[in-house]
Design a protein around this ligand. Structure first.
Ligand SMILES: Cc1cc2nc3c(=O)[nH]c(=O)nc-3n(C[C@H](O)[C@H](O)[C@H](O)COP(=O)(O)OP(=O)(O)OC[C@H]3O[C@@H](n4cnc5c(N)ncnc54)[C@H](O)[C@@H]3O)c2cc1C
Length: 476
């Protein structure tokens, strides 16, 4: 029996009263409105419950997968869902981290995989119009023949969709110089609950007409509307980069090396921090250079002044007593491939907590020392990467997994709580890239405070009065 409880025939059930049977019945009417195949025939599986964290999500299976072929069909789906009070979870490639679109109430999964067309590359206007399901790296591939590229490049650029990048305001390797996804957006086409379609901007570099809804929707994790199209800024390709690497013995020396670059009169394109094991499968020539180092820092510069900028960075490191190595473009590419594919990430049966917190640039060195002490206090092993030029860490703290063990997970969550409190005291943020989702929902009030959070929830109610989009997350 459906568990919908309504006290009057005029009153619609709220989203948390809906059960799976109600969704299935409503789907029968939707299937009459849409062409065959848009409601996907294949039954949902466990991977549809959640994003990358599906193994331990404890989420629900969606009642159906809907894969619209065009904007009008997305509009029809959201009109139907709003009328019937059915939850809609939008999914791009599902590489999101942090249970961003876990199925928490019975509802449907809206995939953007068929919205995969690059609609326009405007070489002279320096912009591209793309559908939400286009893969990030494909934008640059298409723009290259115009001498242009799309700057935001998360490590998942070969996998993740531009719609997902927008909904998470994704960062990446070149943010220190070129900013995050938000900094390369000109306009979004968004379908709202109820089916209305809005355009939030224009293909111009400057636009101050009205409130900035492009920025508001960017990073909203599928809770305000479904992004169906984006107009993104393209930049001229400046051929090649200049590159330098230093090898560092501990986190103290690493923090000092990062500070040396950040305080120098230079803007690196990227400043990537990673453990040395990344190069242990690497050409023999690097082995003597590494010595007993545990960490490495890679700086790249680009543009016409790349040689000069790299000299400034190299001098700053040499003054610190470090030996600067200049990898070839080919070697550098290998570092980044190893970094992107996560091949050096530790594997095994462990409990782990992760953090992608970010701090102001002048507190980064201090954060590394804190992490070192935190791992020691927790008796945990640590795996650490950082977009150091953005003050942004990717940390895993790990403890061995044993049967019926309750102490280890508690130790790790306590450690993460201490880390996030410290990051906030430093003026930082609990997430620099991956977003809030379910993972950080309970920590968000610590950063925003009650008044700010309530204001954000009130804004969500304007966009989505019936709470059908990605329910149960931090704006609910
Ligand atoms: C190997 C790896 C490396 C990564 N590197 C980085 C990195 O360097 N920087 C970084 O920021 N992140 C990184 N990530 C995290 C992830 O790739 C990003 O968050 C990415 O933006 C998610 O895109 P997606 O298409 O997979 O979105 P999904 O995981 O499918 O969805 C993510 C969120 O966006 C919402 N959403 C998706 N599409 C839409 C849409 N069209 N309209 C509205 N809402 C939508 C979903 O509901 C969900 O809340 C990495 C992940 C992996 C697995």
């Amino acid at each position: 029996m459906p568990s919908i409880q309504v006290s009057s025939t005029d009153m619609k059930p709220t989203i948390d009263m809906i059960d799976i049977q109600h969704v299935r019945e409503a789907l029968v009417s939707l299937s009459k409105e849409l062409p065959d195949g848009v409601i996907v025939d294949d039954p949902p599986t466990i991977r549809h419950m959640s994003d990358r964290h599906n193994r331990d999500s404890g989420g629900l299976l969606p009642a159906a997968i809907i894969s619209p072929e065009n904007v009008e069909q997305v509009s029809e789906v959201l009109a139907w869902a709003d009328r019937s009070r059915i939850a809609v979870y939008t999914r791009g490639s599902g590489t999101g981290m942090g249970h961003l679109s876990d199925v928490t109430e019975p509802g449907v999964l809206l995939l953007t995989d068929r919205l995969n067309r690059i609609l326009e590359i405007n070489g002279k206007g320096h912009y591209a119009r793309v559908q939400a399901g286009v893969i990030n790296a494909d934008i640059t591939k298409a723009a290259r023949s115009y001498g242009l590229y799309y700057a935001p490049d998360p490590a998942s650029s070969a996998l993740s969709t531009i719609g997902g990048n927008i909904a998470t305001n994704a960062g990446g390797f070149k943010c220190a110089k070129y900013g995050v996804t938000r900094d390369s957006l000109m306009s979004l086409k968004v379908v709202l609950p109820g089916g209305d379609i809005i355009d939030t901007g224009r293909p111009v570099t400057k636009n101050v007409a009205g409130l900035d809804l492009t920025s508001l929707i960017t990073g909203s994790e599928g809770q305000l509307g479904v992004v169906v199209e984006a107009t993104v800024r393209l930049r001229p390709i400046v051929h090649g980069t200049a590159n330098a690497v230093v090898f560092l013995k501990d986190l103290k020396e690493s923090g000092d090396a990062v500070s040396a670059v950040l305080q120098a009169p230079v803007q690196p394109t990227s400043l990537e921090f990673m453990p040395v094991p990344y190069i242990q499968t690497y050409p023999d020539a690097y082995v003597p250079l590494v010595g007993d180092a545990a960490w490495m820092l890679v700086a790249t510069t680009d543009g016409w002044s790349k040689g000069h900028d790299l000299d400034v960075i190299a001098q700053a490191w040499e003054q610190q007593g470090l030996t600067v190595v200049h990898p070839t473009d080919e070697d550098l590419e290998t570092f980044f491939v190893l970094r992107k594919t996560g091949k050096a990430c530790p594997h095994g049966d462990v409990w782990s907590v992760e953090s992608d917190a970010a701090v102001p640039l002048d507190r980064f060195a201090e954060l590394l020392i804190f992490i070192d002490n935190l791992a020691r206090d927790t008796k945990a092993s640590l795996f650490l990467l950082a977009h150091a030029g953005d003050g942004n860490i990717h940390l895993s703290l790990m403890l061995p997994r044993t049967k019926n063990d309750t102490e280890m997970p508690v130790r790790l969550t306590t450690a993460r709580s201490r880390l996030l409190d410290t990051v906030l005291e430093m003026g930082g943020t609990i997430t620099g890239e991956h977003g809030i989702g379910l993972e950080l929902k309970d920590y968000l009030p610590r950063q925003l405070g009650a008044h700010n959070l309530e204001l954000q929830r009130a804004i969500r109610r304007v966009f989505d009065p019936n709470g059908i989009l990605n329910p149960g997350k931090w704006l609910a």
